[in-house]
Design a protein around this ligand. Structure first.
Ligand SMILES: [Zn+2]
Length: 156
């Protein structure tokens, strides 16, 4: 059986001393708040409202569905509950954009080793960590020009 692309509901799990179904009634997009609370030992609550008119593109990063907050933080997300709120800066809730065919995106990376599985939404105008394919060549990677011939003409 292939290793599935990880989603929030399988990533943000209660600690081992609690029953696995302890967070079953917590919506998948809100489990990150429980998870961060446990690790940071501080109370954080999800925001109440939606950020209207904003959306964030989900991507596959190292075999996890993730979304990036404008603050630079990221979290594991899920197409089963396509929204995110940031545990770092308080941004959110924001609607997430998953591909229409999630299974096809996951299948596109399935032949790679899990740590090499990366996918970006083709409509994402600013795909994090994905260099634009039409970017000009980086002059730093251009091969150096041929050096001048070291042979000097000897006269005399
Ligand atoms: Zn944030």
């Amino acid at each position: 059986m292939p290793i599935p692309v990880e989603r929030a509901e399988a990533f943000y799990l209660p600690p081992p001393d609690q029953a696995p179904e302890t967070w079953a009634l917590v919506p998948p997009a809100e489990r990150v708040f429980r998870w961060v609370e446990l690790r940071q030992q501080r109370r954080i609550t999800p925001p109440d409202g939606y950020v209207i008119g904003q959306q964030i593109y989900a991507r596959i990063n190292h075999n996890r569905w993730v979304a990036d907050c404008p603050c630079g933080s990221a979290q594991v997300v899920t197409p089963a509950d396509p929204r995110m709120a940031c545990t770092e800066c308080g941004y959110g809730w924001v609607q997430l954009v998953f591909p229409e065919n999630v299974a096809a995106a996951e299948a596109a990376v399935a032949d790679e080793l899990p740590h090499l599985r990366n996918w970006w939404h083709p409509d994402d105008p600013a795909p994090w960590g994905h260099p634009p394919s039409d970017a000009p060549a980086d002059p730093a990677t251009e091969p150096p020009a041929e050096p001048a011939s070291p042979i000097q003409e000897v006269t005399g």
